[in-house]
Design a protein around this ligand. Sequence first.
Ligand SMILES: NC(=O)c1ccc[n+]([C@@H]2O[C@H](COP(=O)([O-])OP(=O)(O)OC[C@H]3O[C@@H](n4cnc5c(N)ncnc54)[C@H](O)[C@@H]3O)[C@@H](O)[C@H]2O)c1
Length: 251
Amino acid sequence: MLKDKVAIVTGAASGIGKGIAEAYVAAGAKVIIADYNLEGAESVAEELNGQFEDSAIAFKVDVSQQDQVEAMIDEAVNKFGGLDILINNAGVMDGMEPVGEISNERWQRIYQVNVDGVMYAMRKAIEVMGEKGGSIINVASVGGIRGGAAGAAYVSSKHAVVGLSKNTAYMYAKENIRCNVIAPGGVETGIGATMTDMSEFGYGRMSMVAASATRQGQPEEIASLAVYLGSDGASFVNGTVINVDGGWTAG
Ligand SMILES: NC(=O)c1ccc[n+]([C@@H]2O[C@H](COP(=O)([O-])OP(=O)(O)OC[C@H]3O[C@@H](n4cnc5c(N)ncnc54)[C@H](O)[C@@H]3O)[C@@H](O)[C@H]2O)c1
């Protein structure tokens, strides 16, 4: 489905990003495994190259840093000859704080990673994709369409990703660049362990929303949609937000 396509997956050292990288390589793509956890990225790349020769390259990036993000895109061009698919998956959670409790530091860090990082990568990818076009897939969250799925910083940052994606989809539609959003529900990954200094009040409110979730998903259940959205079979799918949440938001 993705034979000879070149893709970048950010946050690919673990969780959903790792699942997407595995599915991409299995579908015939060459993938830059981008993460600030270089050791983790190298281990994923090694595993994938063991299965499919020369299919993966590990790259260290902090997506909140413009120069590093641009170097990541250059890496795809220099090592694999171009860029067909960009998957902005790296993201960080908040501590469920409502706006009355959020600190400037946490707000800024979440926006730098979840929003600025996505914009830096998209801006450079558009330039590199050029006339050939390409597919951009942004991993938002159910928190990008609902208000109570996390704290104020995370939820608003993921709403921003949805808006940026729709704008890009429309603006570049005639340049043959598609941009879509995957909005996962709860997925079994390590992201929960990264949450610190939780707001008791915010967590309590969020728990009422979480209680209606049907079950947790697995990274491969998100990855299969990413394969489709990156493929030519999705050529008329542009500017859409697809919930992958086992029916949670339908309830
Ligand atoms: N797991 C869930 O329940 C869930 C639900 C909805 C949305 N999401 C979104 O899915 C994406 C992936 O989350 P996950 O659950 O796989 O998390 P995870 O913590 O397992 O993986 C995230 C990866 O991103 C990397 N990363 C974090 N900050 C980075 C940065 N600044 N630069 C480069 N890499 C960075 C981490 O090292 C890690 O490998 C995130 O955008 C998250 O918001 C997750």
